[in-house]
Design a protein around this ligand. Structure first.
Ligand code: 13P
Length: 255
């Protein structure tokens, strides 16, 4: 956890929970996190529950995000959701380029810049996800893969708006597998990402201020060690975010 960057703990519920459990979980979270001054907490429910969860989260610091978006504002894109539609129901952030979108649904890397652009244009805070597969890591391609994902995602981002973006490093081999990157392995890749940012935005301010979250089998018992790393500014949690018993200890990693 570095310097002045506020810790950011995000819950990616993926295609899990039902309407009642989603609303209950946010109620519990809302009651527990207080004014949210010292950390940022956000949930990313299935799109269908966003409006209901928004009503529960209203008036609290719990951020509310979608798991995906389309870059066009409207049109013939069956099954898709646009940034203005998300804004319309009080959603304030969005995941972009999650590895499940890339791998299972064949979303192309080159789309990510358009998605980030759409989010920024409509005042949604994007979390751009990057990460390598085990094959890519073993083949020595880690750096090239991460750089390629960053290049695509930041294609149309101006320096002054870059701090509105959050990055998430999620090694594909650590997602849902129980196999976590070690804190130092994760920190190493976070440092590589920050170095890339320093080259892309030479002023240095973007690299220093932008938060990089780690995701992949984060649990209550490894959250503290991950957050103790200087380059890890937050956590993007899947499975362990579905229950208050496992998510709250992660939110309160330092207590
Ligand atoms: P798990 O925490 O279930 O490994 O999922 C990580 C993830 O993909 C969060 O976006």
């Amino acid at each position: 956890m570095g310097g002045t960057r506020k810790p950011y703990i995000a819950a990616n519920w993926k295609m899990n929970l039902d309407r009642t459990r989603a609303m209950d979980l946010v109620k519990t979270l809302k009651a527990r996190i207080g004014d949210g001054d010292d950390r940022e907490v956000a949930v990313f429910p299935p799109a269908l529950y966003l409006a209901d969860v928004a009503a529960v989260a209203q008036g609290s610091p719990v951020g509310l995000g979608a798991q995906n978006l389309h870059w066009e504002e409207e049109g013939a894109f069956t099954g898709e959701i646009s940034a203005p539609m998300l804004r319309d129901i009080s959603v304030d952030r969005v995941l972009i380029g999650h590895s499940e979108r890339r791998r299972i649904f064949f979303e192309k890397n080159e789309w990510m810049g358009r998605k980030v652009r759409a989010a920024l244009d409509h005042d949604l805070l994007p979390i751009l996800c990057v990460g390598e597969t085990l094959e890519e890591r073993r083949a020595g391609d880690l750096e090239a893969v991460i750089h390629g994902q960053l290049e695509a995602g930041f294609d149309w981002v101006r320096e002054e708006e870059a701090p509105r973006i959050t990055l998430a490093y999620e090694p594909v081999w650590a997602i849902g597998t129980g196999e976590t990157a070690t804190p130092s392995q994760a920190n190493e890749v976070h440092a590589l990402i920050r170095a890339w940012l320093a080259v892309k935005f030479p002023g240095g301010e973007v690299a220093a201020s932008l938060r990089i979250l780690y995701g992949g089998s984060v649990k209550p018992d490894n959250a503290g060690a991950l957050m103790a790393q200087p380059e890890i500014d937050g956590l993007l949690v899947g499975g362990a975010s579905l229950k208050a018993e496992t998510f709250l200890p992660i939110v309160e990693f330092d207590r």
